[in-house]
Design a protein around this ligand. Structure first.
Ligand SMILES: C[S@@+](CC[C@H](N)C(=O)[O-])C[C@H]1O[C@@H](n2cnc3c(N)ncnc32)[C@H](O)[C@@H]1O
Length: 410
């Protein structure tokens, strides 16, 4: 008797999506930057490129597979999300990404099917996938992932309660929406890394026999942030969170800490194919994992790069886009030990300036000095050059919209 097949999902663009999933992808985006010093073995990769191309190119290049993939794709909300990098000044706020798909849910499936296939192919035999969605798409994704991974690879549907309710959200004449869903799959049932996590018992807790509890605490279940000991409110509802970068849809570091600690080991490769503000990469670095962060967006690269530099990570950047080689509206002038930077009124404020020795055309830019402004509305005026910096320089300017310019200076 033949084994029953699992249900399949059909939508108008399925045949084309399958053809795209089977077609070869583009080459890996060129290596453009190296951060963290020449002697350090870079622990991470930041790739500005479509994630299907990046994942299939890494696989084709014989790179080691991923031990863990956390994917937080657009949820098909129909919205355009704006990056707000400056405090109190939204004039230059750029679009971070558009979360609208022609054809709505069908369009989302057209885009996601080849990417889910690529994520499955990129996983190690002992690897795990966490796919973060909400009710817009999660049920369709579950059927697709059962097809791609096999139904036995499905492990859990994690419900992440977003947090306390206030304001506009509570005005809906309905049950108030208050959770995201994270689908957890493994590549091979029974072989994936899993480090169980525990919550502490409440102070004074006694067992039914009146004795104090033994063991490591309460094992964490699949409903997160829904009991007093488990505090994991979304930073999106915390207006004063110091974690916020201004990148829309940014997720909590604590959420990624939980996932990475449970489903990977130190030294493992943790990949985020929808990297956004770089949360996964930053947390993976902190927990001693290697990271691969992929995103198509300019704002994503700018924010992730700055966050990773601030966290002390060594990493390389691969960028599929062409970078301007002139200073555009900005003025650059060497003055003794310094570099004087001017920004005319109306030009987007500069957010990051990097300086390093002039690199040969075939070599990545390896800055020895940088100034990151982050979330301030003021531009960068003067940059102190590294002591003894003589000779030709390369200067890289990144504005608040994430637009990058790489300029040679004598
Ligand atoms: C919901 S956000 C991710 C936020 C992220 N988890 C964080 O903590 O900041 C989704 C991201 O997917 C990116 N994206 C959308 N389609 C993509 C594609 N085909 N390849 C790579 N990145 C993509 C968008 O630019 C956006 O930054």
């Amino acid at each position: 008797m033949s084994r029953p097949r699992s249900p399949t999902l059909s939508w108008p663009g399925r045949a084309e999506a399958e053809a795209r999933a089977a077609a070869p992808g583009a080459a890996l985006a060129p290596l453009t930057e190296r951060h963290g010093g020449p002697s350090t073995e870079p622990a991470g990769l930041v790739i500005r490129q479509d994630n299907r191309d990046a994942l299939s190119a890494l696989l084709a290049a014989g790179e080691p597979p991923m031990d863990l993939i956390y994917a937080d794709p657009p949820f098909a909300t129909g919205l355009t999300f704006t990056h707000k990098p400056t405090l109190g000044d939204t004039r230059h706020a750029a679009d971070a990404f558009v979360d609208a798909f022609p054809g709505g849910l069908n369009g989302w499936l057209d885009v996601m099917y080849p990417r889910l296939v690529a994520m499955h192919a990129a996983l190690a035999e002992t690897g795990s996938l966490y796919l973060h969605l909400d009710a817009n798409t999660v049920h369709h994704a579950r059927v697709l992932l059962d097809e791609i991974f096999g139904p036995a690879c499905f492990q859990r549907e994690i419900v992440w309660r977003i947090g306390w309710l206030s304001g506009f959200k509570t005005s809906a004449r309905n049950w108030i929406r208050n959770h995201d869903t994270i689908l957890y799959y493994v590549r091979t049932p029974g072989r994936a890394t899993f480090n169980k996590a525990f919550l502490p018992h409440a102070p004074g807790y006694l067992r039914r026999d009146g004795k104090p509890p033994t063991g490591r605490g309460i094992p964490l279940d699949d409903v997160w942030n829904a009991q007093p000991a488990d505090v994991l409110d979304s930073i999106q509802i915390k207006s004063l969170s110091t974690e916020k970068t201004g990148y829309p849809t940014q997720k909590n570091e604590a959420l990624l800490e939980r996932i990475i600690a449970a489903s990977s080991a130190p030294g493992d490769r943790v990949c985020d194919p929808f990297g956004g503000s770089g949360t996964t990469a930053v947390v993976a670095h902190r927990l001693g994992r290697r990271f691969v962060s992929v995103d198509v967006g300019a704002a994503s690269l700018a924010v992730s790069r700055a966050r990773l530099i601030n966290s002390g990570a060594a990493f390389t950047v691969h960028d599929a886009t062409t970078v301007d080689t002139d200073a555009g509206p900005y003025g650059l002038e060497r003055r003794g030990e310094g570099l004087h930077v001017t920004s005319p009124p109306g030009a987007p404020a500069l957010d990051q300036v990097f300086v390093g020795p002039r690199a040969a055309a075939s070599m990545p830019f390896a800055p020895t000095h940088h100034v990151l402004r982050g979330r301030v509305s003021r531009g960068l005026d003067d940059v102190r050059l590294p002591t003894g910096a003589g000779g030709p320089l390369t200067v890289q300017l990144v504005d608040v919209d994430g637009r990058t310019r790489r300029v040679s200076l004598d």
